[in-house]
Write a protein that binds this ligand. Structure first.
Ligand code: MCN
Length: 780
């Protein structure tokens, strides 16, 4: 049997996806189905004087219409799942429909249910809402100034929380030979999964059971939270995530909308569907990033970094979304170490309410914001001391023999070899030749730039104890059950909920390898609380390190039980058996063996069971990792900036990533490609823009520039393999590495290209206009 772990087999998910045969939530058709539409506030901040839904109720095809007042006392508010200890976090109530005040453009105001989606939307126009507009604040720093509009009575100065970490950096700055200070604006991004959010709810009044199909990255968390909002006992609520067309973090949160759909289905006794349109998705699905970062780095002239300090204002938007408090704190502040031995670090984060769409996780969630700071500061430092940026990185790397490495922010990096990744990158780039070419081109008036990003990230979330200690209101272990059928085929149930990442393929590879059976004989099931007992979902690149480890453990247990049957069948002691390539073999007796399939059949036919052993071959495992995983790597981008137009042309992108042992190189490459493209999106094109009235100016795909395939050269991927020392597979996550690494690599490259103009920094996205202006200003 060829090994399947480490093999680039094609994703089994893809045929159904690329032939249009997958079933997404919006594809679900049920008898008697009616359709919901949500009226959303056009104001960023306003008092609601009155809402009149009577005309809408009488409109053709309308079944029902509800306002926030209609729902009061009948449905709960939207909860937050990450409470930050020692931070004084304020979590003002977030009603499912606004009652007397709206706080962002997109805040839900009324729900209409009708016999078709079009009629439901038409009826929204018949709802009369009298708004009294209030002053608006969209910038988080301004929101903390005296006299600015207050979003929530419970949060003076609009501060949702103030959080600190690190070991103090005053000494490093007092003794520094060189200090680099800067302000970075990590711009707000809009996730734009290919499939917008959607929900279908069906209630059975006779049993009191509710089934809710929804676009979820974590159905069990949604079941738990929604059961609270709806007052439906958890065992009567089944949450199913059918095919989910991407999430990128935006389908983790518990939103008001899905709760409303379930509420309406229960009220009306008919199934109800709601699907966001793209415009709605822009304003009503959480956004990402949005930091104002005041940062400084202390160092010596010889290139040693001695300290890093950051004060950050992170926008929470109008309410605290489900996982939002953890993003600019744990996933950001604790990672300001980067890949370097920085002895002193200090970070202060203010989470601030503004009249904007709530923010939450977006691919990388906190880690891109941290990596951007570290990698830009390293480049600014290199420039200031006149040293090559690759050399400054190398000098400060945590050395390979220093792992496990305790950081000043309280984490323990598990394993790493950062210098080897950089070496591989420099070789792939042919770095000296690249610098020579840059010089040559500059002489011809052409501006080539090369930018690095040597990153480390925290993922594989995560040890439940640590998560609990930092305020996450849940566990972060995961579960797997393996059911072996009489013919030796295997069903795998995982508590994770992949939505594009490909674990139906890679988890099958883990099992096929462990049991020595064909990979086609393994089927992976996920995303249904009715099928899978419990799990915590897919995000934070945890699915493989945590969920995959649970699968590996369960497979080991299946083999243990199979060994009992095999020993009985072969009439030898268990210790006399080896298990290789799917066969139990009597040691030293080549002719005497049984296959895994023989054992599976025996376990079920059960006419000759070992004494005291129950029939069947099934095992479960619950895996709680002892540590996070810390994938790392070295990325480089080569750009050429057009002197006349300011346009940035991507010439090369080279990624060296280390995600421990690789299960499927093809899938890993795909994840790196997608991640890199998303990170470059932020660097060059993407950015949410609000005007001073809180209107989202980039509220459609005409205004919000997503990356397009034709903008990219072939992304070159390479790997080093430093196994995670603490999980049974030696794997680290890879789902976010590309996004985390790539944004600063591109910005560093553009700034490097513009060095002759004296340009030291440009805020993302680096639009041609900004780049062109920087060249004009530099020349002056
Ligand atoms: N893998 C592997 N070997 C490794 C590590 C991973 O073969 N050493 C494989 C995995 O088995 C899986 C894939 O790579 O098939 C990604 O796995 P993992 O790193 O565990 O990440 P998750 O599955 O937990 O995915 C989450 C991550 C996040 S946080 C975001 S956001 C994101 C992403 O993945 N959103 C995505 N990738 C996405 N890809 C798609 N298509 N759609 C999204 O919404």
């Amino acid at each position: 049997m060829p090994t399947v772990f480490g093999t680039a087999i094609k994703r089994r998910e893809d045929p159904r996806l690329i032939t249009g045969r997958a079933t997404y939530t919006d594809d679900i058709r049920l008898p008697g189905l009616v359709h919901a539409a949500i009226l959303r506030s056009p104001h960023a901040h306003a008092r609601i004087r009155s809402i009149d839904v009577e005309k809408a109720r009488r409109a053709p095809g309308v079944v029902a219409a509800y306002t926030g007042r209609d729902l009061q006392g009948r449905i709960g508010t939207v909860p937050t799942a990450w409470l930050l200890p020692d931070s004084d976090l304020k979590t003002p109530p977030h009603p499912v429909l606004a009652v007397d005040r709206v706080r962002y453009v997109g805040d839900g105001v009324a729900l209409v249910v009708a016999d078709s989606p079009a009629r439901a939307r038409d009826a929204l126009e018949l709802i009369g809402v009298e708004y009294e507009p209030l002053p608006v604040v969209v910038n988080q720093e301004e929101a903390m100034q005296p006299g600015k509009p207050q979003l929530h009575g419970e949060a003076p100065k609009n501060v949702a929380f103030h959080w600190k970490a690190g070991n103090g950096a005053s000494e490093a700055f007092q003794q520094a030979e060189v200090v680099v200070r800067h302000r970075f604006v990590n711009n707000r991004l809009i996730p734009n999964a290919m499939e917008p959010r959607s929900a279908v709810a069906r209630y059975n009044p006779s049993s009191g059971e509710m089934t809710l199909w929804m676009t979820s990255q974590n159905p069990h968390i949604h079941r738990y939270l929604l059961s609270g909002i709806l007052g439906i006992p958890e065992h009567k609520l089944r949450v199913v995530a059918p095919e989910v067309g991407g999430g990128f973090g935006s389908k983790i949160a518990c939103y008001p909308d899905e709760a409303l759909v379930a509420f309406a289905a229960r009220e009306l006794g008919v199934p109800v569907k709601w699907t966001e349109d793209r415009r709605e998705s822009f304003i009503a699905t959480t956004h990402g990033r949005d930091h104002i970062q005041d940062v400084e780095l202390a160092g010596r002239k010889d290139g040693t970094i001695t300290g890093l300090r950051a004060t950050v204002h992170a926008s929470m938007g109008a309410y605290v979304s489900t996982a939002a408090p953890g993003v600019p704190t744990i996933l950001f502040g604790l990672m300001l170490q980067g890949a370097y031995r920085i002895p002193q670090i200090e970070v202060d984060v203010y989470g601030v309410f503004t009249n904007t769409t709530p923010t939450d996780a977006y691919r990388g969630a906190g880690r891109p914001e941290a990596t951007f700071i570290v990698e830009r500061l390293v480049d600014l430092f290199a420039r200031q001391i006149g040293m090559d940026p690759a050399e400054v990185r190398r000098r400060n790397f945590i050395p390979a023999n220093a792992f496990p490495y305790d950081t000043p922010t309280g984490l323990t990096y598990d394993s790493g070899d950062y210098a080897t990744a950089l070496d591989k990158l420099l070789e792939a780039l042919d770095y000296p030749a690249l610098r020579r070419r840059q010089e040559e081109l500059r002489r011809q008036g052409r501006y080539l730039g090369v930018g690095f990003s040597t990153y480390v990230e925290i993922c594989g979330l995560g040890p439940s104890q640590v998560a609990g200690a930092v305020g996450f209101q849940g566990g972060l272990w995961d579960s797997a059950t393996l059911r072996v059928l009489p013919t030796g085929k295997v069903l795998v149930y995982t508590g994770t909920s992949p939505h594009g990442q490909g674990e139906e393929t890679t988890f099958a590879q883990i099992v096929a390898e462990a049991l020595g059976i064909p990979v086609e004989d393994v089927e992976v099931r996920h995303g249904d609380t009715g099928e899978v007992y419990m799990g915590w979902g897919t995000y934070g690149s945890r699915t493989t390190p945590v969920g995959g480890s649970a699968v590996a453990r369960a497979a080991e247990r299946v083999v243990e039980k199979a060994r009992v049957f095999a020993a009985h069948m072969l009439e030898v002691a268990q210790d006399d058996l080896t298990f290789e390539e799917g066969r139990f073999q009597v040691k030293g007796a080549p002719g005497r063996s049984v296959s895994f399939q023989d054992v599976a059949l025996q376990a079920h036919l059960a006419w000759n069971l070992p004494e005291g052993v129950e029939p069947s071959l099934e095992a479960s495992a619950f895996y709680d990792p002892p540590n996070f995983c810390y994938p790392f790597g070295a990325h480089a981008c080569v750009v050429e900036v057009d002197r006349d137009t300011g346009e940035v042309r991507l010439e090369r992108y080279v990624a060296v990533d280390d995600c421990g042992r690789i299960i499927n190189p093809l899938i890993v490459e795909g994840q790196v490609h997608g991640g890199v493209v998303q990170g470059i999106g932020q660097a060059l094109w993407e950015g949410a823009v609000y005007d001073e009235n809180g209107q989202l100016l980039t509220g459609s795909l005409m205004d919000y520039a997503l990356p397009k395939a034709r903008f990219f050269p072939e992304i070159e991927t390479h790997h080093t393999e430093t196994p995670a020392p603490h999980n049974p597979l030696g794997v680290k996550g890879v789902g976010e590495t590309g996004t985390i690494a790539s944004t600063p690599a591109v910005v560093n490259a553009v700034v490097d290209a513009l060095a002759p103009f004296g340009v030291k920094h440009l805020e993302t996205p680096l639009t041609p206009e900004k780049v062109w202006k920087a060249m004009q200003d530099g020349r002056r």
